[in-house]
Design a protein around this ligand. Structure first.
Ligand code: ADE
Length: 249
């Protein structure tokens, strides 16, 4: 998979050199390229922002440097993208986007080419997204209901969430099956040795060797946790009142 990231802070993306994603890059599973938006400006100050029409606080990113950066990326990938038949996905992290969830990460893991546009300030001139729809499948996505200073941290999270689903990036693919959100529920609690630690024991059942009962217990734990911590993930009819749901970990 190829991933291009456009930002005014390329150094933010250095985290992509580290750990599993860094290793996947070195092994050629992920071709990640970081671009400085300011390389696509033509004035002495390398200006990427200006004041908002209509007034208001803050600055807005000018569309032209973005268009030039995105055109250069689209041109450099044209042969590969034409062969795959699909337009690259332009991922724009923004608090006003749709929610980036595991199902979105799974969908994006099937793409050949992602381009991530990291905005700053009050965002990017809206016309850029209309223009970009000719070249890209444009998706505005939010990490959650809070505001970051820019798209870079969100881009890191999204690239890690997508990248680890690309076959070969995570050594043991089974670890992707039983994790939180893979089946719409939170993950069950996990324990390791010693079986007794500071007067706290690992639940008996996990030491029983009875794989059927262990699987059933884990599923109950997933449901109880999800009901108590994230009832919004469950269909409304399955969210019981807390009196009947019983204690959770
Ligand atoms: N940029 C600023 N805040 C963001 C958020 N919550 N999600 C994605 N991108 C952002």
């Amino acid at each position: 998979m190829r991933i291009d990231v456009v930002t005014i802070f390329p150094e933010y993306l250095q985290a992509l050199d580290v750990s599993l994603i860094g290793k996947a890059r070195r092994e050629g599973l992920l071709d990640i390229r970081i671009h400085d938006l300011r390389d696509h400006t033509s004035d002495r100050h390398r200006t990427v922002d200006d004041t908002p029409y209509g007034g208001g606080a803050g600055m807005v990113m000018k569309p032209e440097p973005w268009a030039l950066a995105l055109e250069a990326i689209a041109a450099s990938a044209a042969d590969a993208d034409d062969a795959s038949g699909a337009r690259p996905v332009l991922l724009v992290p923004t608090p006003s986007g749709t929610l980036f969830r595991q199902s979105v990460a799974q969908e994006l893991a099937g793409a050949d080419h992602l381009v991530v546009a990291c905005g700053r300030y009050e965002g990017i001139d809206e016309r850029l997204f209309e223009w970009a729809a000719d070249l890209f499948e444009v998706r505005l996505v939010s990490l959650g209901d809070y505001v970051l200073n820019g798209g870079e941290v969100a881009a890191l999270a999204m690239i890690e969430a997508v990248g680890r689903l690309v076959p070969g990036v995570v050594g043991n693919p089974e670890s992707l099956v039983e994790e939180s959100h893979s089946d719409g529920l939170l993950e069950y609690p996990v324990y390791t040795k010693p079986s007794s630690w500071r007067d706290r024991d690992v639940p008996e059942i996990l030491l029983s060797g009875d794989h059927g009962r262990i699987a059933a217990w884990r599923h109950d734990q997933q449901l109880a946790r999800t009901r108590s911590r994230r009832p919004d993930l469950l269909p409304p009819e399955s969210v019981e009142s807390t009196e009947t749901a019983g204690p959770t970990t």
